[in-house]
Design a protein around this ligand. Structure first.
Ligand SMILES: NC(=O)c1ccc[n+]([C@@H]2O[C@H](COP(=O)([O-])OP(=O)(O)OC[C@H]3O[C@@H](n4cnc5c(N)ncnc54)[C@H](OP(=O)(O)O)[C@@H]3O)[C@@H](O)[C@H]2O)c1
Length: 340
């Protein structure tokens, strides 16, 4: 009885605030559902005759990107590590697009291992004739295993170092198929990085585990993109990086193992509620990757970073050429390529 009186008086006191919060949540959800998630990249531009390689194309943003590019008649090669899940995704892509089986291929590439990346490139260079667009999409936010067999942070190796190696090893193919493109799927999280500790760059032992490694891996991705754009633009290999914004995918799934049960129980319900209201669908999350992969007018664009199919600015740290040069040198060393 006492509790119900207290509850009624609480409602009376805060009636207006409660009304504002509920109205805000409902209008955000409606705006997201009927406006944000209804905007796709509208161009019908064909990609017939082009071969597009997508890392991590079996789920989420990568899957939707692959689907759209198949509908534009491209040949799509998906590089992923889970072959069972990959085969199911390929079946689903055939069903959904009705494309010929020869236009889609799944190849094994585990970005947690440099050995796997090298084996993948060897097979690709032997069996595939073309590489017109490379979409570096695969990414993880958390990993149960802290370090890889190569001795680097798993998140750092999957998101940045293995893509660094992959691009360097595929550069001849991209040059042969000019005009070609590389699209990096980056993230707005790069803005959380304020400085770089070079002594701990690829191990990230000193970073706070929940957010530390992911933003740094995306900042490195952007510095790498900056360096490539500077060196390759005149070669007709166009470089773009995109921020898909917040997208409802399985990227948060390993969160529980990574952060522990107690933090998970606190964070996940909040994250889930916010995602329900604000997140994009994978289909709308993929539109900027598709835009940068296919839009003809972008081939000679000087712009690097895009969000919602529009140019966006990156943090000042990620426009620093001296940092990009330094990162390039230590990355060559880390992946075992000759240092320039
Ligand atoms: N979702 C967001 O809110 C958001 C926001 C900003 C940026 N991004 C970026 O968008 C990209 C796509 O993420 P998503 O949200 O679509 O997540 P997702 O659904 O989990 O997709 C990630 C893809 O990467 C693959 N992958 C994971 N580990 C791999 C490995 N070791 N080797 C090869 N492939 C591997 C996954 O394969 P499995 O499915 O088999 O694990 C999956 O196909 C990522 O780079 C992410 O950082 C996402």
């Amino acid at each position: 009885m006492v509790y119900s009186d207290e509850f009624s008086s609480f409602l009376d006191q805060h009636r207006t605030n409660i009304f504002i919060v509920i109205a805000f949540v409902i209008s955000s959800w409606l705006y997201n559902k009927f406006r944000v998630n209804r905007i796709f990249f509208p161009s019908k531009c064909s990609m017939r005759g082009k071969t597009i390689l997508i890392t991590g194309g079996v789920s989420g943003i990568g899957y939707e990107t692959a689907k759209d590019l198949l509908q534009r008649n491209a040949r799509v090669i998906i590089a992923d590590y889970n072959m069972k899940k990959g085969r199911e995704a390929i079946e689903q892509l055939w069903l959904e697009t009705g494309c010929e089986k020869s236009r889609i291929r799944l190849m094994k590439c585990d970005l947690r291992s440099f050995r796997s990346v090298r084996q993948f490139v060897q097979l690709y260079n032997t069996e595939e004739q073309r590489l017109d667009v490379l979409i570096c999409n695969a990414g993880i936010a958390w990993a149960p295993e802290l370090l890889t067999e190569d001795g680097f942070s798993t998140v750092m190796q999957v998101n940045y170092l293995s893509h660094f190696l992959l691009i360097n090893l595929l550069m001849n193919k991209l040059n042969e198929c000019r005009p070609s493109r590389i699209v990096f799927v980056a993230s707005g999280a790069h803005r959380m990085v304020r400085s770089i500790d070079w002594s701990d760059a690829f191990t990230q032992f000193k970073s706070f585990r929940i957010w530390g490694i992911y933003p740094m891996s995306k900042a490195f991705t952007l510095l790498f993109a900056l360096k490539l754009k500077h060196t390759l633009d005149s070669n007709d290999v166009a470089i773009f990086a995109v921020n898909p914004s917040w997208v409802w995918t399985s990227i948060q799934t390993p969160m529980r193992e990574a952060i522990g049960l107690i933090l998970f129980l606190i964070c996940y319900p909040i994250l889930y509620a916010l995602k329900f209201i604000l997140a994009k669908t994978p289909q709308t999350g993929a539109r900027t990757s598709i835009f940068c992969a296919v839009e003809p007018s972008l081939q000679h664009s000087k712009d690097l970073y895009f969000e919602d199919c529009k140019v966006e600015t990156v943090s000042s740290l990620c426009t620093n050429y001296a940092l990009a040069d330094q990162l390039w040198e230590i990355s060559l060393q880390a992946v075992g390529l000759p240092v320039s």
